[in-house]
Ligand binder design. Structure first.
Ligand code: 3DD
Length: 425
């Protein structure tokens, strides 16, 4: 399609006023992003560069988008999940001149149509969460890669797949692994996912957590956060895992550790956070208690076998927003939240602004880094790059300062001691 800067397709532009108030709320809790916006809004280092973005349209993402635009970038944006776009945020962005194609409840065709519209402007950079945009360039529009200097990737699953592509020599332009930054992975994935997943479950069920058996499939960074928050509400946490060290950490946190076929018999609430497919399947639904609540907080909706649940059910009805009751042949009822998609963004608002502040500071700084390399005439290899350590410490330092904390610094003698391999005990 012909490209028109500032074009948009959103659910209802009339929602812009409500969306703008939420964006201002997020700005008040994202001091790192607002400091970076102030730092770059005059020099505009991204001027002349076009960024196509594919990332959940939330109040926090709006702060990232408007910071990239303040730094001079031309933006075209789509959501990265059919159920995570907040329509009032999309409206507020569109009203303020952002080119955006996103609305809640997209069909699969509409989802990919939106991604393709963001490519009409022939971007120089991509910004992904789950790699759907970069995969679309690779699989459908490889000719666009000649104008693309690089991309960034937000989430664990996306980075994992891009590293596999790079290992097979299939990546056609460089990508920075934002997910793997310490100031993203150790904060967004743990504290963000923990709180926002329980937020999604609460909004979809209003169930009591205390005294319930809360099954967490996957005890990685995201599962660790979910287990910690669930434990804090008085749930008895049960971990299922395939990785011994991750399971052991759960055991030493005081959680039960069981195989899913055993946990399925006693669980009241189930959440998957593995990044793998078919974690909860037919054999597990067959032994679940009447009234069990099942949801997913992984990026893709492949962790719960919904087809199996459909086949086992005699009826299905929506009992609350994002809450579908499946009645099985023997009368037991299973409650599936957010159609098995990421419950934190589909049934709530995603992670709080305070942790997205650092995740998106890494996105922003990584886009700046790619442009700086381009301006310096450096053509990066088509592989996956990590965030430099000094960027992590820089972002954490701003966060600490804006939270009112100050810390010590090593003396020259201590620096010397640390590197003095001859020093005795
Ligand atoms: N994600 C979680 N909460 C989000 C929010 N409030 N805005 C935008 C994106 C949000 C998902 C990603 O940041 C990241 O946590 C992931 O790994 O997908």
């Amino acid at each position: 399609m012909d490209h028109k800067e500032g074009a948009y397709k959103v659910r209802d532009i009339g929602l812009a006023g409500e969306g703008r108030k939420k964006i201002e709320w997020a700005e008040s809790r994202m001091p790192v992003m607002m400091e970076l916006r102030k730092k770059y809004e005059d020099t505009k280092p991204l001027k002349g560069y076009k960024i196509a973005g594919c990332l959940h349209v939330t109040k926090e993402t709006a702060v990232l988008i408007e910071t990239l635009r303040a730094a001079g970038a031309q933006i075209s944006w789509s959501g990265c999940n059919p159920l995570s776009t907040q329509d009032d945020i999309a409206a507020a962005l569109a009203e303020n001149g952002t080119e955006i194609y996103a609305w809640h409840g997209q069909s699969t065709d509409e989802f990919y149509w939106s991604i393709e519209r963001t490519l009409d402007m022939k971007p120089n950079l991509t910004l992904d969460d789950g790699a759907d945009l970069i995969f679309t360039v690779h699989n459908k529009f490889p000719e666009l890669a000649k104008d693309i200097i690089g991309g960034t990737e937000e989430t664990t699953t996306g980075v994992h797949r891009l590293r596999a592509m790079a290992a097979d020599g299939k990546l056609i332009y460089p990508v920075i692994a934002v997910n793997d930054a310490e100031t993203k992975w150790d904060f967004d994935n743990v504290y963000g996912t923990g709180q926002s997943s329980l937020d999604g479950i609460l909004r979809a069920t209003s169930t009591l957590f205390a005294g319930k058996n809360f099954v967490v499939a996957g005890h990685g960074h995201c599962g660790t956060g979910c287990a910690k928050r669930a434990s804090g509400t008085g749930s008895s946490v049960i971990i299922t895992e395939v990785k011994a060290t991750a399971a052991l950490k759960g055991a030493l946190e005081g959680y039960q550790v069981l195989p899913m076929k055993e946990a399925a018999k006693i669980g009241d609430i189930f959440i998957t956070a593995t990044g793998v497919k078919d974690v909860i399947t037919k054999e597990h639904f067959e032994v679940m208690k009447d009234g069990a609540i099942v949801c997913n907080t992984g990026h893709y909706d492949c962790e719960i076998d919904i087809d199996a649940l459909e086949e086992m059910s005699v009826s299905k009805r929506t009992v609350r927003p994002n809450n579908e009751e499946y009645t099985l042949k023997d009368g037991r009822r299973i409650y599936l939240l957010a159609q098995g998609r990421l419950v934190n963004l589909a049934a709530a608002e995603g992670h709080p602004s305070e942790v997205m502040d650092m995740s998106f500071a890494n996105q922003f700084m990584s886009q700046i880094r790619l442009v700086d390399e381009d301006k310096a005439g450096n053509k990066l290899d088509p592989t996956v790059y990590d965030i430099p350590e000094d960027q992590d410490q820089y972002i954490a330092g701003i966060k600490l300062r804006t939270l009112g904390y100050s810390i010590d610094t090593l003396t020259p003698e201590q620096e010397k001691y640390l590197n003095d391999y001859a020093a005795g005990t």
